[in-house]
Design a protein around this ligand. Structure first.
Ligand code: AOF
Ligand code: ZN
Length: 393
């Protein structure tokens, strides 16, 4: 019996948030949005944004209810839109259905909406209350906010390490640092983020698939940083490129240098042959300039290109060098550190973030909004990296 539950706006907004989350992995680069309609305190309709290009949460909820909704209250985690996109404006149907009051979690950062949705509702006599569970609502759509505001993908750095801070033994063996529960959770992360990024070192060492093995999940777009275009045709990633979108970021000059210019008979396929063979497999080759110091691909440019293709988020499963470059350039927004309660020791065993490091502890990159969870015997610590971070090269 659900008696005496205080039906505050927060009570309904929590339901809207849970509904919104059902769109995870399916609506990108749109936000996850859920909607609850209540009349006389009873929930009479619910809906959520189910897939990219489909109806928005409000329309789904309002069309789900046959009876009159005049005088009802509507709860939605994001400001209702007021523009004609792939679907008509949500404000229109809210007004048409004579909703009395709309409770909004947070404003929509999309410049086409950005407060105008609320204004239109008010101009039509609909009462509006904003900021209900605002932090949770913004948190759920942190990717959408970042992508809209910065036109860059939201980058989440993920790694698994031992309690003594190693991602592999000195021998290079790394199977497995964490247990099955933690690794299963990584599959959820791969479903959540639109793309997944790794360096060529990881591909050569582990021959990974970088797909999503979650039932009903979606595979992330695989992005491999491979300036010299070394990725083997026989690697699992290239072999599965016809089925799973795969982008290889490379640099023609670096690749040419590495092959040592025309050396007939050295056994290596020419650059043109490699590029053509990869292309035939469906691998998308993306030319990227090198950074100023010439050591690494210009990651900012790479991320910009990905953003232009609608890739709003990246799960970074890089090695220590790629992770360090992302952090140094201030391009990562979140960290997921999985920590296994075991020790492997070894001064030469690799750690999750390498590069040249920050000289002073006082200047360490700190995480905010920390959450700690446990998967079997392993821990996961996650938090946001705030602002622009400047690390020495
Ligand atoms: C809402 N409710 O459920 C969603 C909203 O391309 P379209 O037509 O789907 O429009 C996408 C934009 O609409 C998106 O950038 C965001 O501003 C808003 N998403 N708004 O009222 C929803 N998904
Ligand atoms: Zn809408």
């Amino acid at each position: 019996m659900q008696q005496n539950i205080e039906k505050t706006p927060e009570f309904y907004m929590k339901q809207a948030l849970a509904l919104a989350k059902q769109g995870e992995g399916k609506v990108s680069p749109n936000p996850m949005v859920g909607c609850v309609v209540a009349k006389g305190g009873d929930v009479v309709a619910t809906g959520y944004h189910e897939q990219y290009g489909g109806y928005h949460a409000e329309r789904n909820a309002l069309l789900n209810c046959k009876g009159s909704l005049e005088g009802a209250e509507l709860y939605v985690n994001l400001e209702p839109c007021c523009h004609y996109g792939k679907t008509p404006p949500c404000t229109e149907i809210i007004i048409e259905k004579k909703i009395r009051k709309v409770y909004v979690g947070c404003l929509d950062p999309n410049p086409k909406v950005a407060g105008k949705g609320i204004k239109i509702l008010q101009q039509h006599g609909v009462l509006v209350e904003t900021g209900v569970l605002e932090q949770e609502c913004r948190g759920l759509n942190e990717v959408f906010f970042h992508y809209m505001e910065c036109q860059m993908p939201f980058v989440a750095m993920k790694y698994a390490m031992t309690l003594d801070g190693k991602i592999a033994c000195e021998t290079g063996d790394s199977k497995w640092v964490t247990g099955t529960e933690a690794r299963a959770h990584v599959q959820c992360l791969r479903n959540r983020y639109k793309g997944i990024m790794a360096g060529i070192g990881t591909v050569l060492a582990d021959d990974p698939m970088l797909n999503c093995r979650l039932e009903g999940g979606k595979d992330p777009v695989r992005v491999i940083c491979d300036s010299k275009l070394q990725i083997p045709l026989g690697s699992q990633i290239v072999q599965t490129a016809p089925q799973i979108r795969t982008i290889v970021a490379w640099n023609p000059e670096e690749a040419e240098k590495w092959r040592g210019f025309p050396q007939p008979g050295n056994g290596l396929p020419s650059l043109r042959q490699s590029a053509e063979a990869l292309g035939r497999q469906g691998v998308e080759l993306m030319e990227i300039p090198m950074e100023r110091d010439g050591k690494y691909l210009d990651l900012r440019q790479l991320l910009k290109n990905l953003a232009n293709q609608g890739i709003d988020s990246i799960l970074l499963e890089g090695g220590g060098t790629l992770n360090a470059s992302m952090l140094r350039e201030g391009l990562a927004q979140r960290v997921y550190a999985f920590i296994a309660p075991k020790l492997v020791a070894g001064a030469k065993a690799k750690s999750p973030v390498e590069g040249s490091g920050i000289p002073l502890m006082a200047d360490a990159v700190g995480l905010k909004q920390i959450e700690v969870s446990r998967f079997g015997d392993d821990l996961c610590i996650t938090g946001r990296i705030g602002g622009e971070i400047c690390l020495p090269g």
